[in-house]
Design a protein around this ligand. Sequence first.
Ligand code: ATR
Length: 273
Amino acid sequence: MTDRYAVIGNPIGFSKSPLIHGTFAQATGQDIDYTAIEGPLGGFAGAADAFRAAGGLGLNITAPFKLDAFAYATERSERAQLAGAANAMKFDGERVLAENFDGVGLVRDVTHNLNQPLKGKRVLLLGAGGAARGALLPFLAQEPAGLVIAHRSVDKALELARIGAGHGAVRGCAYTDLVGQRFDVVFNATSASLRAELPPVPASVFAHCALAYELAYGKGLTPFLRLAQNAGVQQLADGVGMLAEQAAEAFAWWRGVRPDTRAVIDKLTVPLV
Ligand code: ATR
């Protein structure tokens, strides 16, 4: 029997997950059916119940349901707990397992696809929302020389740094504190690019920077990437690889086989112009 999986969100029309998982299934010879569900706002639990009752084995979760999915689960991985959010679930009878693969997907994209090891590097993370929280532990597991989190209200940056403190060298600061500081890799985990805005980051952070990474996907050359480019950063990337890699992690978790992501990344890449 064909095993059923889906992505749930609202809206869901633009989700690339059915295409990604369909490509993975074909490449690995896995017999799965992967669809997209538009969950009613405020009705996540009912939609998840119905999917499970119909034999569904796993869900990917996107906005605005990542916190609802976390609450719905009966077991949560450490990564999901730290992020306070789930982007993948696995159903096993009465058990509902929650995971968050966004951060590990991001790290795999950077270290594997983009060939930028984070070990020993000075890493700057802009933003302290859901995406930044998900990246915190996976970043620190790479043992950077230091991870700095900048946020427009310093308290939120300090809070996130406190959470990561037991896991590596991390500190929080305000954007204004970044003047004069240098970083090897800079990540934009704010949602500013979704509105074509620029987080208030001083261009000087890019002086010795090898990679500027925009976690948002498909927005072309965002104001953040343009600033980095104008400052002379050689390598620019958006979140297409992160999207593919987090999907591959979920696929491997569900099916026990890890698909290659190259074809998906090539298919979904939007030029950074
Ligand atoms: P996501 O799940 O994509 O991380 P989020 O949890 O809403 O979304 O987090 C978005 C982050 O981007 C927040 O840290 C937000 O700052 P606030 O907490 O102050 O809202 C940050 N952000 C959004 N627009 C920004 C901008 N123009 N400049 C700087 N930070 C911005």
